[in-house]
Design a protein around this ligand. Structure first.
Ligand code: IVH
Length: 673
C-alpha cells in the first residue's frame, strides 16, 4: 500500500521543525519550546518512522544524537561516542524496558539490578585524565565531535584537576553533567540584570551559556556545578564490575556523584524509586527532568549493546510536566522592551505545581492560530521548565459554542501607535518607539548607558522612578529637567541633583554614531550606527535616506534599513530627535573621505548575478560600494551595468533587452581596482 501523501508531508514538516528546534537548542542555546513539547514532536516523528520504515532517512533528526558544535572552540573527537538515552514516559514503558533486557541478557532468571539516580537538567561533558591529571574537557557536541572547553572546565571547583588515591594511574575518561542549581541561577540573573547582561531563561541555558564562553575568566565567576555519572573508557586500572561500584570508585578518586544514587531491583523497583524522587522534585535545590536507570552488571550491559543513538541498557524515565485545566478569560497584549507585543492569557486562577497561576504566556499569534485557542475555552496550562506558565492547548471537546478568536490589536494598548508585523517574523511590534510608555523606561536607560550618551549618575532605578512619577516621558525630556524636580526625588541629595545636571550637560557633546546608537533603533547596534554615521556624515541625510540608499552602507540589509526608515517616519520620534539637537546635543563634523579613498563609481548602480570567482555576492557588493557605487537587486534602464559571473540568471537577458551593459569577471575586477 502506498504511503499517504499526508503522512509524507507530516514527516517532512516534523523533521524540519525538530531540526530547527535542535539548532536553537544546541547551537544557539536559545530554545523556543519546552523540552516536553520537543519530546512530543520527536516521539511523534519516531513513531511515524517506525510505522513507515520506507520513509527512513539518514538525514532525519532521529538519526543523530544532537547538533553540530559551534565553530569557536577546537573540535574534539570522542573515541567512545557520547550517547543519549531512550525515554520512558509511563510505568508500562518501564516494564517493557525491563522485559526487553530480560529477553536479551538474563539467562539465570534472576531479577535485574539497576542503578537509579536523578536526571540532572544541564549539559553532558567528558573529562579526560592521564596519570591522574585533567588533560582535556569537551562538550558532547553531536556525540561524535564536541568542543574543547578545557580552560572553562578547569574553573569549576567541583571538577578535580588531580585525582586522589593510588589507583589514579593510567587513563580514565569520566562523563557527567554540568548544571546550575536554583540559588546559583537566581544570583547569576540578578547580577546580569545589574550589568544589563543577558538574562537566562532557565538554569540549563545558564549552564550551557556559561560553559561555552570564550573567556574562561567569566566562566570562573559563574556558579557551575558538576556531577559525574559514567566512565567513558579507562586503561590501567581495575574497575569494579558493577555500575554502582564504579560510581563509588569515581567518588573515591575525587568526583562528585549524586547523593541520591541507589541500587534497585527490576521494573517495580525502578517505578518505586521514580515515585520517591518525583515526590521530592519540588524541594530539590536544582532542576531534574526525570530519573535515569542503568543496568548494574557491566557484562550484561555489553550483552545488551546499543541502538543507533542510545544504549539498550539504560533509560530515562521522564517526569510529566505538571498540567491542569482552567478557563481562558481573556487575552491581553504585553509590550516588551523592543515593542514586541506578546499575547498573555488571563486565566481563572488555578494551582500549577503548587503555585497559583492567573497569567500564562501564549507565545505568539501563530501559536494561538495553530492551536486554535479561543477566548472562553477550557485550556490546558502547564509550568514550562518550572518557570513561566504556558497555555498548552484548548480542550476542544469542551467547546460548546462558537467562541471568539483572540485578535491582535492594530493599535498599541499602551500608546495607541500602529502595530505592524514584519515579513517573516512571528512578532507584532508597536511602532511607538520612544513615545510608548512600556518601551520608554528601557529606551531611556539605553540612551543614558555608557556606550550611548554616557550620562553619569542616571542609573536604572532613577530612570524608573522618574518615568513612574511622570517627571520624564521620553529621552526628549532629559535635557529639560530642572533642579527642583530632581531634588524632590527619593534619595536625591542636593549635591547629587547638581551632579546629575552637570553630567546631563556634559553628555551633550557626543558623536553622530553614538547619538544614532543611543536612539535605540531596532537592530542598530554600535557598529551599525557608526557605519551609518560614516557613510552619511549628516543626521539629515540619514533621516532622508530611503531603504535602497541605506542598504548601500556596509552590513545594512533590508531589515535594518526598514527599521531606520520606520523610526524616522514616526513624527514623534522625529520631533524628539530635533528637540535633542535643539537642546544642544552636538557632535563633531565628520570629514569628507580623503582623496585616496575617492569614489570613482559615485552615481553608478550595478546589479550582480551568477557566481564570481573569489568573491561572495556580499564581498563583491562591498567592494563596489567602497568605490562609491550603489548595488541593486533588480535591473532597470537606469542600471549602469550587470556584472555576470558563472551561471548568471535571467538578469542578463533583461539587461540585454534594456540595452544595459553586461560585464564579466575580468571587467568587474578592473572596476573595483
Ligand atoms: S547517562 C550512556 N546519567 O541526559 C548514557 N545521563 O538524555 C549516557 N543526564 O546526555 C547518559 N543526568 O546529559 C546519564 N544520571 C545521568 C544523567 C544523564 C543527566 C543527561 C546527559 C545525557 C542526557 C541524555
Amino acid at each position: 500500500m502506498p504511503v499517504p501523501e499526508s503522512v509524507i508531508a507530516e514527516i517532512q514538516s516534523l523533521r524540519e521543525e525538530i531540526n530547527s528546534h535542535n539548532h536553537r537548542y544546541h547551537v544557539l542555546d536559545d530554545p523556543q519550546i519546552t523540552d516536553q513539547a520537543y519530546d512530543r514532536l520527536y516521539r511523534k516523528l519516531q513513531q511515524l518512522e517506525q510505522q513507515y520504515p520506507e520513509l527512513a532517512s539518514e538525514l532525519s533528526p532521529t538519526q543523530r544524537v544532537g547538533s553540530a558544535p559551534a565553530t569557536h572552540f577546537e573540535p574534539v573527537i570522542h573515541e567512545v561516542a557520547m550517547l543519549s538515552l531512550e525515554n520512558a514516559f509511563d510505568d508500562d514503558e518501564m516494564r517493557a524496558f525491563e522485559k526487553r533486557l530480560i529477553d536479551r541478557v538474563a539467562s539465570t532468571g534472576a531479577a535485574l539490578a539497576f542503578t537509579a539516580e536523578p536526571k540532572l537538567d544541564g549539559l553532558a561533558i567528558s573529562l579526560l585524565y592521564e596519570q591522574g591529571k585533567l588533560l582535556r574537557a569537551a562538550t558532547r557536541g553531536d556525540g561524535k565531535t564536541g568542543e574543547n572547553i578545557t580552560a572553562n572546565a578547569k574553573t569549576l571547583p567541583s571538577i578535580p584537576l588531580q585525582l586522589t588515591g593510588e589507583k589514579s594511574t593510567g587513563m580514565i575518561e569520566v562523563r557527567g553533567e554540568v548544571y546550575m542549581d536554583h540559588a546559583g541561577f537566581n544570583a547569576l540573573n540578578d547580577s546580569q540584570a545589574k550589568i544589563q547582561g543577558k538574562i537566562f531563561a532557565n538554569p540549563r541555558n545558564a549552564a550551557a551559556g556559561s560553559l561555552r564562553l570564550l573567556d574562561s575568566r567569566i566562566t570562573a565567576t559563574r556558579p557551575l556545578l558538576f556531577c559525574s555519572y559514567a566512565i567513558g573508557r579507562a586503561e590501567g586500572s581495575d574497575l569494579p564490575q558493577g555500575q554502582f561500584g564504579r560510581m563509588q570508585y569515581l567518588r573515591s578518586i575525587g568526583f562528585p556523584v549524586s547523593p541520591y544514587i541507589e541500587l534497585v531491583e527490576g521494573a517495580e523497583g525502578c517505578i518505586q524509586y521514580y515515585q520517591k524522587i518525583l515526590s521530592q522534585r519540588d524541594s530539590l535545590p536544582f532542576d531534574i527532568d526525570g530519573v535515569v536507570f542503568k543496568l548494574n552488571d557491566i557484562q550484561q550491559q555489553q550483552q545488551a549493546g546499543f541502538v543507533s543513538k542510545a544504549p539498550r541498557w539504560a533509560i530515562a524515565y521522564k517526569f510529566p510536566a505538571e498540567e491542569v485545566t482552567t478557563r481562558l478569560l481573556d487575552v491581553e497584549f504585553q509590550v516588551g522592551r523592543t515593542g514586541a507585543l506578546t499575547p498573555v492569557a488571563r486565566l481563572e486562577p488555578v494551582a500549577v505545581a503548587g503555585v497559583m497561576v492567573s497569567n500564562a504566556t501564549l507565545h505568539n499569534m501563530d501559536e494561538i492560530e495553530r492551536k486554535d485557542i479561543r477566548i472562553g475555552d477550557l485550556v490546558i496550562v502547564r509550568r514550562a521548565g518550572d518557570v513561566i506558565p504556558e497555555v498548552v492547548s484548548p480542550v476542544a471537546s469542551e467547546r460548546k459554542d462558537e467562541l471568539p478568536r483572540p485578535q491582535m490589536p492594530d493599535r498599541c494598548p499602551v500608546c495607541n501607535s500602529d502595530v505592524v508585523k514584519n515579513q517573516g517574523q512571528a512578532a507584532y511590534r508597536c511602532t511607538g518607539g520612544l513615545i510608548c510608555a512600556a518601551q520608554r523606561k528601557e529606551a531611556i536607560k539605553h540612551f543614558a548607558s555608557r556606550k550611548a550618551l554616557d550620562i553619569e549618575g542616571l542609573g536604572d532605578k532613577l530612570v524608573e522612578q522618574m518615568v513612574e512619577l511622570e517627571i520624564i516621558q521620553s529621552i526628549g525630556d532629559l535635557y529639560h529637567l530642572e533642579f527642583s524636580q530632581l531634588a524632590a526625588l527619593d534619595r536625591m541629595a542636593e549635591k547629587s541633583a547638581h551632579n546629575l545636571l552637570d553630567s546631563l550637560d556634559a553628555s551633550k557633546a557626543t558623536t553622530l554614531g553614538k547619538f544614532l546608537f543611543a536612539l535605540g533603533i531596532r537592530e542598530v547596534g554600535e557598529a551599525t550606527a557608526e557605519a551609518l554615521a560614516n557613510y552619511f556624515r549628516h543626521l539629515d541625510k540619514i533621516i532622508a535616506a530611503d531603504i535602497e540608499e541605506l542598504q548601500q552602507v556596509e552590513d545594512v540589509g533590508p531589515v535594518v534599513a526598514a527599521n531606520v526608515v520606520q523610526f524616522f517616519n514616526q513624527v514623534d520620534n522625529l520631533e524628539i530627535v530635533r528637540d535633542l539637537v535643539k537642546q544642544g546635543v552636538h557632535w563633531p563634523k565628520i570629514d569628507k573621505p580623503r582623496a585616496s579613498e575617492s569614489q570613482p563609481l559615485l552615481g553608478k548602480t550595478y546589479v550582480i548575478t551568477g557566481t564570481l570567482e573569489g568573491f561572495s555576492r556580499e564581498q563583491a557588493a562591498a567592494r563596489l560600494k567602497l568605490r562609491g557605487a550603489k548595488v541593486s537587486s533588480s535591473v532597470s534602464a537606469r542600471t549602469s551595468a550587470v556584472i555576470a559571473g558563472e551561471k548568471p540568471g535571467s538578469k542578463v537577458n533583461k539587461a540585454e533587452a534594456l540595452g544595459v551593459e553586461v560585464m564579466d569577471q575580468a571587467q568587474f575586477e578592473i572596476l573595483i581596482n
